[in-house]
Design a binder for this molecule. Structure first.
Ligand code: HQG
Length: 181
């Protein structure tokens, strides 16, 4: 599949697996899962038919591993980034000592005041490395990088989760645990 079709389908799938499944007649099951067969039928109904093989290709080659099949291969879900209520049933995990967050200068005054907040998502998203954080920040302008003392945050009682694609999720990060790079 060519790159453009891959990006287009990845955006299409993100929209319906994370944000508005009901608009194409889908209902996320427990854990955010949807039967693959139902998804493929819905795509066809939407005038966006794709084959099982193409879906597998997107799941395995998506740069950020946005989607995952379950162990049986019959269910699919977005790994994170939902705006619909969903319990991804992730297990709390011990984070690496330092995590990173890419943002932009305009957000800093509020961040220093109230810490990192989840805004319209279910969690604050943290990156395992500087490069990833830089890419996330660059979506909004010139990236500003923050390092998070994740070990201290975890010791202080915050619950962190690692989504299947290496993104770390947490409710919020008070500014005491942040440092600008
Ligand atoms: C900022 C993409 C004001 C925060 C990416 C960010 C990521 C505050 C923006 C994933 C704030 C929220 C998530 C506060 C945080 N006051 N601004 N207190 N606290 N912010 O998109 O982390 O393509 O919801 O710095 O690659 O940018 O969807 O979060 O700039 O992994 O797979 O508010 O989304 O992945 O923006 O990005 P977002 P994010 P996907």
């Amino acid at each position: 599949m060519n790159k453009n079709r891959q990006i287009m389908l990845s955006k299409f799938l993100s929209k319906y697996l994370r944000h508005e499944p009901e608009t194409i007649g889908l209902e996320l099951r427990e854990g955010g899962w949807i039967p693959v067969a139902e998804l493929l039928e819905a795509c066809t109904r939407q005038g966006q038919p794709l084959t099982h093989l193409e879906l597998s290709e997107i799941v395995t080659t998506s740069d950020k591993k946005r989607f995952a099949f379950d162990a049986t291969g019959t269910l699919i879900r977005a790994q994170q980034g939902h705006s619909v209520p969903v319990d991804l049933q992730l297990a709390p995990a011990v984070p690496p000592a330092v995590l990173y967050h890419g943002t932009v200068a305009a957000a800093l005054p509020a961040i220093w005041q109230e810490g990192l907040q989840k805004m319209s998502r279910h969690h604050v998203h943290l990156s395992p490395d500087v490069e990833t954080a830089r890419r996330v920040g660059a979506r909004r302008g010139k990236p500003v990088l923050l390092a998070i003392d994740a070990a201290a945050l975890h010791s202080a009682g915050s619950v962190l989760y690692e989504s299947g694609n290496g993104v770390w999720l947490v409710d919020q990060v008070p500014s005491a645990f942040l440092r600008e790079l």
